[in-house]
Design a protein around this ligand. Structure first.
Ligand code: SF4
Length: 344
């Protein structure tokens, strides 16, 4: 059975003006394949500049796909004219980072939630608006519907943003940093709400976040992005507890530790700066920051994303093909053993 959303070797490249007569190419997404099944949540994590937001926007055809393809429910929609995409726009929705900027401050909540219904010519609007507000636990729905966005808290506004995405009963929602601009107490509530909606309504979510810790609670799979590429992919328990790629290890080490007793074992955060996406390093694009860099290989040969075991993928020369499949080289094991020793 076809996946609900399939991105196949997708590239999103932009031309930016460098000087008066020259341009540079920004390789925001540089050959990513990712799929989501119905009802599945995939988290895409990475530092700012990793391309995760652009990838999410490409999955909704909101960023232009330079190469590769996007399919939804088995239909290739990479080049379909916008006028012929109304069915897709109804079935695929988005929740963005800043709830205040993504809703019109001059409309009341009733009008904000009715707008998509009008666009798609759907009736029973008041009932549907009230139901959507109940679904995101904003009640009493009748009172909330009469308010304006500035009369709500940040957490309530984000619930309105989710209600607006839900009102067309979509099968797929892009959730792009949906909790990064709201207070910590509302953050957990919103994540649990989205998890609950996924369980009850079977919606597939692509959850874009720089906060790798929240991905654990909201994902069936995690894809780690660096400089436009997926460098590791797997189920959350494996990726977060036994990271394979040096970048994933550094990203996890950079998560602040709440327990002061564990701070002694914190490892350093990701070293150095992310290179410019207009000047991507040769070979492995992480080589200029990698503590396990191997000269003559990592700076020359671009590592492929390979399956090291079922459902577990990594792009790194520390994992090599043998007759039994892909295994970690001695260097990969040495680091794992050293980490184990450190944590004792
Ligand atoms: Fe580091 Fe080389 Fe692996 Fe890239 S391929 S992550 S530089 S060890």
């Amino acid at each position: 059975m076809a996946s609900l959303v399939t991105l196949d070797q997708v590239k999103v490249h932009f031309a930016v003006r460098k000087m008066l007569f020259s341009t540079q190419t920004v390789r925001a997404v540089d050959g990513v394949s990712l799929s989501l099944d119905a009802g599945e949540t995939v988290s895409v994590v990475g530092e700012s500049g990793s391309g995760k937001t652009t990838l999410g926007r490409a999955s909704l055809r909101l960023a232009p796909i330079t190469e590769g393809s996007l399919s939804f429910d088995g239909q290739d929609i990479t080049s379909v004219r916008e006028g012929k995409l109304q069915w897709f726009r109804r079935r695929a929705q988005a929740v963005f980072q800043d709830p205040y900027s993504s809703i019109d401050p001059f409309m009341d909540i009733q009008q904000i939630l009715e707008e998509p219904l009008q666009i798609h010519n759907i009736g029973d609007r008041t009932d549907r608006v009230h139901q959507a507000l109940e679904d995101v636990r904003l009640s009493p729905a009748g009172e909330i519907a009469e308010k304006y966005p500035h009369m709500l808290s940040g957490g309530q506004r984000q619930r309105v943003g989710i209600a607006r995405a839900l009102i067309l009963q979509p099968e797929y929602i892009l959730a792009d940093e949906p909790v990064s601009m709201i207070d910590a107490s509302s953050r957990t509530e919103i994540l649990y709400l989205m998890r609950d909606l996924q369980d009850r309504m079977g919606i597939a979510f692509l959850y874009i976040t720089h906060d790798i810790a929240t991905a654990r609670y909201f994902s069936d799979r995690i894809a780690v992005m660096y400089l436009g590429r997926v460098v590791e992919q797997g189920i959350p328990g494996e990726v977060l507890d036994e990271p394979l790629h040096p970048y994933t290890k550094a990203l996890i080490a950079a998560v602040p530790e709440a327990d002061p007793n564990n701070r002694l074992h914190d490892r350093p955060s990701v070293p150095g700066e992310t290179p410019s996406p207009t000047n991507v390093p040769t070979g492995c694009n992480f080589h200029s920051r990698c503590p396990q860099f191997m000269a003559g290989q990592c700076d020359v040969v671009d590592p492929m994303l390979v399956q090291v075991r079922p459902g577990r993928w990594v792009a790194c020369h520390l994992y090599v093909e043998t007759k039994d499949g892909y295994v970690g080289t001695r260097d990969a094991y040495v680091e794992t053993e050293a980490d184990t020793e450190d944590s004792k």
